[in-house]
Design a protein around this ligand. Structure first.
Ligand code: TRP
Length: 451
């Protein structure tokens, strides 16, 4: 993937789709989506999120790939060169820079959660949850959160794994492994779905996820759904720009984007259907926040036949899905240091990882020692999450779509996307108006709502 001496290209469209799906499908789908749904009133969030994915995420994904494919460089240089080639300001490179910084911040707290998943591999594997009721399972989670040492150890392990994969440059091999392991994750989700259908709560979960109660709609839900659409598709961080730079001309951007988006959404919805029935049957709180999957799934694994094996495998696979995302979060920072400083790849990886790790430690302390320390009502963990998901990702994504929809010459884009006249009109309406205006409206409404 990152052989930039000769700027390698993806050998096949399949390899590319795999890497893009690997980046997109991760903790965002399995961990974050369900708890965001729970915190944001259920189906109103789901429906808004689906609209955001289709009308905003889709065109921005295409726009980011297009910029990367034209630029053939890291995100900053791609923006700069593509702008310059059309006589526009090189200052567009700032957008790429903002993306790199964002990836850096996302990874700090992402690694903490990756550590939780790893810790749960060992907990479930050792049979800790067999026959336990929901209170006991929740107590295990709370004890983990209360222990800075435990959180730091697992965060360190996860960050080290990410750094090793990126530093040694074996990401390509990881993506090949994803070909087998991602479908396996899908299979386990289906097993949990089956368990849920037998054990009740399934109908309730379906209506919770898909029957919106419009009275719960507000600007906070809008912004959360928009932010999550960016997060789950790995948008607004230059990552898809970087991936696009390895993409050959023969790729059909629209079809590839559709495939990535459908797979990503299927994983998120399946995770929702795996988790909410357990929540309802056990009388748990859907709005419990980031601990949601860690206090619901172990209950099911503790009571199903073969649950120890299935549960261990499940958390291993989530960790794996998280790693294929975290390497995509680390790569841009490493690439940046390598190209813009005198550090070599190994040193760039170490420097970036250590700083990200430190920020992650600050994030994990907000669950225990620093729980009293808040900035505008948020602990460090929440602050890093909100700053990126709700501000940095949407704003850089907005810049990317304005760049492609308004700044670049449109004729060549039409040719590049290979669109018929009708499809091109639809694209223009979405890219020029719906997506950018959508982002702006959500922002303004949340500013008004927050005031
Ligand atoms: N999309 C990944 C997930 O859902 C996380 C991720 C990877 C990401 N790369 C990103 C989020 C870039 C924002 C930006 O787990």
């Amino acid at each position: 993937m990152s052989n930039k001496q000769d700027h390698a290209q993806w050998s096949s469209s399949f390899g590319f789709v795999l890497a893009a799906v690997g980046s997109a499908v991760g903790l965002g789908n399995i961990w974050k989506f369900p708890y965001m749904v729970g915190e944001s009133g259920g189906a109103v969030f789901v429906i808004t999120y689906l609209f955001c994915i289709a009308l905003i995420g889709f065109p921005i994904l295409v726009a980011e790939w297009l910029i990367g494919r034209r630029g053939q460089k890291n995100p900053i240089n791609s923006f700069e060169d593509v702008a310059a080639s059309e006589g526009k300001s090189r200052a567009w490179g700032i957008v790429g820079g903002a993306g790199i910084l964002g990836g850096f911040i996302v990874l700090s707290f992402y690694s903490v959660i990756g550590g939780w998943a790893l810790n749960y591999v060992t907990k479930i594997g050792s049979g800790s949850f067999v026959g336990q009721n929901s209170d006991a399972v929740a107590a295990v989670f709370d004890a983990m959160l209360a222990s800075p040492g435990t959180l730091t150890i697992w965060h360190t392990v996860f960050m080290a794994l990410t750094a090793i994969i990126v530093g040694v440059g074996v990401a390509g091999g990881i993506e090949k492994a994803a070909k087998v392991l991602m479908p396996l994750l899908g299979v386990i989700l289906l097993v949990i779905l089956g368990y849920n259908i037998l054990n009740g709560g399934f109908g309730q979960a379906v209506s919770y996820l898909f029957t919106p109660d419009m009275s719960k709609m507000n600007s906070g839900v809008l912004l959360a759904a928009l932010g999550h659409a960016f997060f789950t598709l790995s948008l607004g961080m230059g990552i898809m720009v970087a991936y696009g730079s390895y993409m050959g001309r023969e790729f059909n951007l629209l079809k590839t984007a559709r495939t990535v988006i459908i797979l990503d959404t299927v994983f998120a919805l399946a995770a929702g259907l795996a988790i909410f029935p357990i929540i309802f049957v056990n009388g748990l709180d859907p709005a419990a926040g980031p601990g949601l999957i860690f206090v619901s799934l172990p209950i099911a694994f503790g009571s199903m036949t073969g649950g120890t094996l299935i549960g261990t495998l499940f958390f291993l696979l989530i960790t794996f899905a998280a790693l294929t995302s975290s390497i995509s979060l680390l790569e841009p920072s490493v690439e940046f240091l390598e190209e813009r400083t005198s550090l070599n790849r190994t040193m760039s990886t170490i420097v970036a990882s250590v700083v990200i790790w430190l920020l992650g430690v600050a994030a994990l302390l907000s669950f225990n020692l620093w729980s009293e320390f808040t900035i505008m009502g948020n602990g460090v963990f929440d602050l890093l999450d909100k700053l990126t998901s709700k501000f940095m990702l949407p704003l850089t994504g907005l810049a990317a779509i304005i760049f492609v929809g308004w700044v670049l010459a449109q004729d060549s884009i039409k040719a590049e996307l290979g669109m018929s006249d009708g499809a091109w009109k639809a694209w223009q309406i979405v890219a020029k108006f719906i997506a950018p205006i959508g982002v702006v409206i959500v922002f303004i409404s949340s500013l008004i709502g927050a005031a």
